[in-house]
Design a protein around this ligand. Sequence first.
Ligand code: PEP
Ligand code: MN
Length: 338
Amino acid sequence: MIIVARKGITAEQLDYIRERVEALGLRTHVSIGENRTIIGCIGDESRLGGVPMLSIPGVDSVHPVMRPYKLAARDFAADRTTRVPVGDRTFGGEACLVAAGPCSVENEGMMAVTGRSVAGFGAALLRGGAFKPRTSPYSFDGLKEKGLEILARVREETGLPVVTEVLDPRDAELIAGYADMLQIGTRNMQNFSLLREVGQLQRPVLLKRGMSATLKDLLLAAEYVMSRGNMQVVLCERGIRTFGGEMRNTFDLAAIPWLKQETHLPVIADPSHAGGRRDLVAPLSFAAVAAGADGLIVEVHPDPETAMSDGDQSLTLDGFGGLMRDLKVFAEAAGRTL
Ligand code: PEP
Ligand code: MN
């Protein structure tokens, strides 16, 4: 960490700052310039995390030099993307994996039809929420365990591993008993007790970016899971809240290459929640894969008009077939298979 001193700092104030830092086991190096004095702190800067530096007289600003996340940082792993196996598929390998399915598990029939269809079009995983976070407490919030049972039966039939959302730490173990991958949604990205809980389960985690979270916040959320021993984390850019109401969210395309440089974890994109409209799903998918995404998660419904959630952004079954066909060329251009 580098501490920049205020103009006119006194020798006593400078000594005091050095004492505070050195008391925590770090060394200091003072460099007195013409305009400014700078105190370099050498050693484990995380020890300074709890010190309210800006409250110490003479301190003007502080600048961390280390990243606050360690396990999620690119340096932690060899110079490649970490492989995260889910069932018999693997995120972070040569193949770009597409998870597809409805927003909510509504009944067995629609799940079976969707599962068979998306499997036929080359989806790698089946998605579907059994526990749904809804903005209104009066909206349909999922079939719960019955939905999990349906997902497990459709997995049996189609061979597709299942990804489904966990909202509450109290349900995590139950859901892990059925699902191949646990999704943490945008509203829960900083639910720290939930992150700790899934960190203790040996199930891969799909961690979606909080709608108001920075990318550093996202990596620190991943660090919560990883620091509990679960290194199997896949990150997902799903759009953030900005101004303008035309789209449901603003798809942060640059987040994909930025994350790919900053972390060794696989990164996927959710074009359905990003755009919030069926006709935007294909172009956003193409852009994400061209930008280096390791996969996509896409909402698909056999009859979007009757969907119990997110019908307007759900592709039809044929629409999904068209997406997979057209996506191939973008995947190949990015050096991936689909
Ligand atoms: C979902 O995948 O249906 C969902 C609720 O996603 P998000 O958390 O990104 O809104
Ligand atoms: Mn949804």
